[in-house]
Ligand binder design. Structure first.
Ligand SMILES: *Cc1c(COP(=O)(O)O)cnc(C)c1O
Length: 493
C-alpha cells in the first residue's frame, strides 16, 4: 500500500481509490469510506499555514486524493473558490465580543455546505472523465445541503441531481431556494416524512433493484452529495486550519497552542472534519458537539448509548433535526481501534433495534476529545437576543445553539465557534428572537433585519423574490426509488 491511502469501508474490506470513492459515495456493504493511515500523514504546520486558502486546499488534497493530477487539483480549487465566495478569506474569522466566530456561510447559498459543495462537483466531474458512465446524485436534505448541492451540480456534464426534502420541515427561504433552482439536470421533491426517513431511504436506494438496473441498462450510477461522501468531508477539513491561521495572524494565540472548536451538529460531518484536522496535526484540544432538542449525540457522548428510539422534534435549527447521525460511524471506526467487525455489529443493532452501546474503552477515548451539550428552542432564541444585545453580532439559530452550549461549558482554552448559516436564511425566527414583529412577507423580513442590525442581505437570498417556482412534487418515501429512476432516465438522456 505504501503511503497511498486506499479508502475502504468502515464495515469491511471493500477497497477503492479516491476517485472511485467519490463516485460511489457509499460502500456496497452500506459502510462509509475511510482511510487507515490518516493519523500517520501529518501536515507540516509551518509550511501549511503559510499558504492561502486555495493553496491549503491543493496541498491537503494532494495527500488525500492522490489519484488527481496537480493540474486537476489546481483547476478544482480555482473553480470552487476563485470567485464564488463573497469574502476572499473564504471562511473569515470575526469576533462577537471576545468570542472568535468562524463564518462558514459566505458561499453562493449562504450555508456552510457551500464550502464542500462548490468542490464536490469539480472532483466528481474529473473522476467521471473518460468513463462510459453517467451519475445521478441523490440527496436527502434537512434544508441546506439540498440547495448547496443543486447550485454546485447545476448543468454539470453527464451528472443529474435529485433532492428530497421533508415536507413542511424546512424554512420558507430554504424551500424557496430549492424549488426555484435553475438547470436542465436538476429535480427537487418533497417527501412525507422527516429527514431521517429521507436519508435512510436514500442509503437503501444505492443497493436497490432500481439502482442495479440503471447501472446495467443505462450506465447510470447513483451517488451521494451528503456528507457520507468523502468528497464532501475533505474540503471541510481546510477551514479548521484556516481558523488557526487567522487566530495566529490576529495574534490571539501562540504558535502551537491548543485550541478547541464548537460545532453545531446534525449528521456529524462538520465536526468529523475537525477530528480529521486534529489527526492531520492541527493542535486541537476539544471538539464540542452542540445539539438542539434532538440531542441523540449529546446523550451518546455522555453515556455511550446511541438510542434513536425517541420522538423527533421540529426545531428552529432544522438542519440539525437528525436522529441518525451518519458520520458518527467514521469517528467510531477510528476510536474503536479500526475494527470493522465492531462497527458492523453496532450498525446492525442500530438498523434492527435503533440502539447500540459502545464499550467503555472506546467511550473514554471519544470523551477525551469530544465534549457535548444541547440547547432547546427557547434557549436558542434567548441566546440570539443576548449575543446581539451584548455585542451587536447577529447569529442564525444553528450558530446560536453552538454559542449557548459553548457558554455552558466554560472552557479554559481558546475556542472557535463555527457559524454554519447566515441569519438571513432564518430571518423570521431571528426577528422573533430579537423581539421584532416580523412582517408576513419573507423578503420584507429580510429588509427588517437588515435595517435593524445594519448588516446586508446576501444577494442570492434576496434574488429569490423574483424567481419562479419550478418544482411542486410531493411523494411517499416508498416511491423514492421509482422517482429517482424516472428522473435519471429523463435528465441524463
Ligand atoms: C448541515 C448543517 C448543520 C449540521 O452539520 P453536520 O455536518 O450535518 O453535522 C448545522 N448547521 C447548518 C446551518 C447546517 O446547514
Amino acid at each position: 500500500m505504501g503511503n497511498q491511502p486506499y479508502y475502504h469501508s468502515t464495515r469491511g474490506e471493500e477497497r477503492c481509490s479516491p476517485k472511485e470513492a467519490i463516485l460511489k459515495g457509499i460502500a456496497s456493504d452500506g459502510g462509509l469510506f475511510v482511510w487507515d493511515d490518516l493519523d500517520q500523514m501529518q501536515l507540516d504546520l509551518h509550511t501549511f499555514l503559510q499558504l492561502d486558502y486555495p493553496g491549503m486546499v491543493q496541498t491537503l488534497f494532494r495527500r488525500l486524493l492522490w489519484d488527481y493530477s496537480e493540474e486537476e487539483l489546481a483547476a478544482c480549487a480555482q473553480a470552487a473558490y476563485g470567485d464564488t465566495f463573497d469574502d476572499e478569506r473564504i471562511t473569515p474569522l470575526v469576533f462577537a465580543g471576545k468570542q472568535p466566530v468562524l463564518e462558514l456561510f459566505h458561499g453562493p447559498t449562504s450555508a456552510f455546505k457551500d464550502v464542500a459543495l462548490c468542490m464536490l462537483p469539480q472532483l466528481m466531474s474529473r473522476a467521471l472523465a473518460g468513463k462510459d458512465e453517467k451519475v445521478m446524485i441523490v440527496t436527502a436534505t434537512s434544508g441546506d445541503t439540498g440547495k448547496a448541492a443543486l447550485s454546485g451540480f447545476q448543468d454539470a456534464e453527464n451528472i443529474g441531481i435529485t433532492v428530497f426534502y421533508p415536507q413542511g420541515k424546512v424554512s420558507a427561504i430554504q424551500r424557496l431556494q430549492m424549488v426555484t433552482q435553475p438547470g436542465r439536470n436538476v429535480s427537487v421533491c418533497a417527501i412525507e416524512g422527516n429527514f431521517d426517513d429521507a436519508q435512510s431511504s436514500v442509503k437503501a436506494l444505492f443497493q436497490s433493484e432500481g439502482a442495479r438496473r440503471l447501472k446495467e441498462e443505462e450506465h447510470i450510477v447513483l451517488s451521494s452529495a451528503n456528507s457520507i461522501n468523502i468528497g464532501r468531508l475533505i474540503p471541510q477539513i481546510v477551514y479548521y486550519f484556516a481558523a488557526y491561521q487567522q487566530l495566529l495572524q490576529q495574534e490571539k494565540i501562540q504558535w502551537g497552542e491548543e485550541i478547541s472548536f464548537c460545532v453545531p451538529t446534525g449528521n456529524f460531518g462538520n465536526v468529523l472534519a475537525g477530528y480529521y484536522a486534529k489527526l492531520l496535526g492541527l493542535p486541537i484540544r476539544h471538539l464540542i458537539v452542540a445539539a438542539n432538542e434532538n440531542k441523540v449525540l449529546d446523550d451518546f457522548l455522555r453515556t455511550g448509548i446511541y438510542d434513536r428510539n425517541r420522538s423527533f422534534h421540529t426545531t428552529i435549527s432544522p438542519s440539525m433535526d437528525i436522529l441518525i447521525s451518519s458520520n458518527l460511524e467514521r469517528m467510531l471506526y477510528y476510536m474503536c481501534g479500526k475494527d470493522s467487525e465492531k462497527i458492523r455489529g453496532w450498525m446492525d443493532e442500530l438498523a434492527r433495534v435503533g440502539r447500540y452501546q459502545v464499550d467503555e474503552e472506546t467511550l473514554q477515548k471519544i470523551r477525551n476529545v469530544f465534549l457535548s451539550g444541547h440547547c432547546d428552542n427557547a434557549q436558542t432564541s434567548l441566546q440570539i437576543e443576548r449575543v446581539y444585545r451584548s455585542c451587536g453580532y447577529v447569529m442564525d439559530p444553528h450558530t446560536a445553539v453552538g454559542s449557548y452550549v459553548l457558554e455552558q461549558l466554560a472552557l479554559t482554552e481558546p475556542c472557535v465557534l463555527l457559524s454554519t448559516a447566515s441569519p438571513y436564511k432564518f430571518t423570521r425566527d431571528v426577528l422573533k428572537a430579537l423581539q421584532v414583529e416580523a412582517a408576513a412577507d419573507d423578503f420584507v423580513c429580510m429588509e427588517q433585519l437588515s435595517e435593524l442590525t445594519k448588516t446586508s442581505i446576501p444577494q442570492g437570498l434576496y434574488a429569490l423574490k423574483s424567481m419562479e417556482e419550478r418544482f411542486s412534487d410531493v411523494i411517499e418515501v416508498t416511491d423514492m426509488e421509482a422517482y429517482v429512476c424516472a428522473k435519471a432516465k429523463e435528465v441524463l438522456k
